[in-house]
Ligand binder design. Structure first.
Ligand code: MRU
Length: 366
């Protein structure tokens, strides 16, 4: 998508052909800084420290991490080490494991001397596939937005989203934002309520930044506002992303998503989840019981960083010294609260039969 008139993706191969460029998302919205990843370890640290984040981008970064590893050591031991280094970088987004499994399946059977080239080629494919998938999600989600727009001619369609499931969280377009960008391009009047998404503020810092650069009308709201807006008919539909969808249709996403789904259910607001097929985990049958929920440092809760009026970045503590904090990064929304799953193969019911019918090849691989 465009940043100040220039087209960017969230990750790319640099001109040298082997190192990997990525936008350092920890610095947004204050600074637009590009990081260069030159080793498998760089890729693992970028994922762990959230220089890159968002399930599909985590997968893409891991794929390039494997390619970088193959330049260093393409032996069987090197392949195993790279897989083991990357798989532990973050626990919840299943796209990480999906991408690493894809890479290993390509690389393990071939001659170690051919692995580096094959790894870059496969990682490039994974990246391009992500963009294609998101275009599919855009087209399928657009129909939902168009249907709402048709019922209120001349009025604005109000979408609520949580966290950042935008182009920064994928390679391009985003998942939850893909239908929004397409609707905006097609001239539909659309406005996005952007949950700030404490504690890391992916909504306030990233989604708002993206939408602003693309000219999409939006309003940042404190996380607790959604229920009030829904009670007052100020939200037509909610669209969120996801880090892992269980075989039964349960949806894991950024902490706070579940509460939005409850509020949507109580107010009859459609609650959609946009996902690329690599986010489905057919090996997990019960999302609430079996999806591992990442717990991150309490510092993300106790401290906030922002830009002062004179342009300096400053971190301040907002919790009393000594108060314990908890920082669960994700929660699971049960399938019964989800209106539909927007995928590249259509809008599905959130249940095992629908997911299995749409993606039979993924069941076979699980
Ligand atoms: O902790 P993050 O920022 O990686 O969490 C991201 C999310 O929860 C996104 O909503 C999800 O990964 C979907 S991204 C298309």
């Amino acid at each position: 998508m465009k940043v100040d008139g220039k087209h960017f993706r969230s990750i790319w191969r640099e001109r040298d052909g082997w190192s990997v460029g990525a936008i350092d998302q920890r610095r947004l919205p204050h600074e637009f800084v590009i990081a260069r990843l030159t080793s498998c370890e760089d890729a693992a640290v970028a994922i762990r420290d959230m220089l890159v984040r968002g399930a599909p981008l985590i997968g893409a970064t891991a794929a390039y991490g494997m390619a970088l590893a193959m330049r260093e050591d393409s032996s069987d031991a090197g392949l195993k080490r790279a897989y083991e280094t990357l798989i532990v970088a973050r626990p919840t987004a299943i796209n990480l494991k999906w991408a690493l499994d894809e890479m290993r399946a390509t690389l393990a059977p071939i001659d170690p001397l051919e692995r580096a080239e094959a790894a870059y080629a496969r990682a490039d494919e994974i990246v391009e596939q992500d963009v294609e998938i998101n275009r599919g999600i855009a087209a399928n989600g657009l129909q939902l937005i168009e249907a709402i727009a048709a019922k209120k001619p001349g009025e604005t369609v109000n979408v609520l989203t949580h966290c950042n499931a935008g182009w920064l969280a994928t390679v391009d377009w985003g998942t939850a934002t893909a239908p929004i960008y397409l609707a905006h391009e097609r001239g539909i009047k659309i406005h996005v309520w952007v949950d700030e998404t404490r504690p890391r503020n992916q909504g306030a810092s990233l989604t708002a930044w993206e939408l602003g650069h693309h000219g999409v009308p939006h309003t940042v709201i404190p996380d607790n506002t959604g229920g009030h807006l829904m009670q007052h008919r100020m939200v037509d539909l909610a669209i969120v992303g996801t880090d892992r969808v269980a075989a039964n249709g349960d949806v894991c996403n950024k902490i706070g998503t579940y509460l939005k789904a409850l509020a949507a259910h109580d107010n009859g607001v459609p609650f959609y989840v946009a996902l690329p097929s690599p986010t489905i985990d057919f090996a997990v049958n019960d999302g609430i019981k079996d999806i591992p929920i990442e717990q991150r440092s309490g510092v993300e809760v106790t401290d906030m960083t922002g830009r002062t009026a004179d342009g300096r970045l400053e971190t301040v503590r907002i919790v009393p010294e000594g108060s314990p904090v908890a920082n669960y990064a994700f929660d699971v929304t049960p399938a019964r609260l989800v209106t539909g799953l927007i995928t590249e193969r259509g809008v599905l019911k959130p249940d095992r039969a629908s997911l299995a019918a749409a993606f039979p090849e993924r069941i076979a691989a699980a």
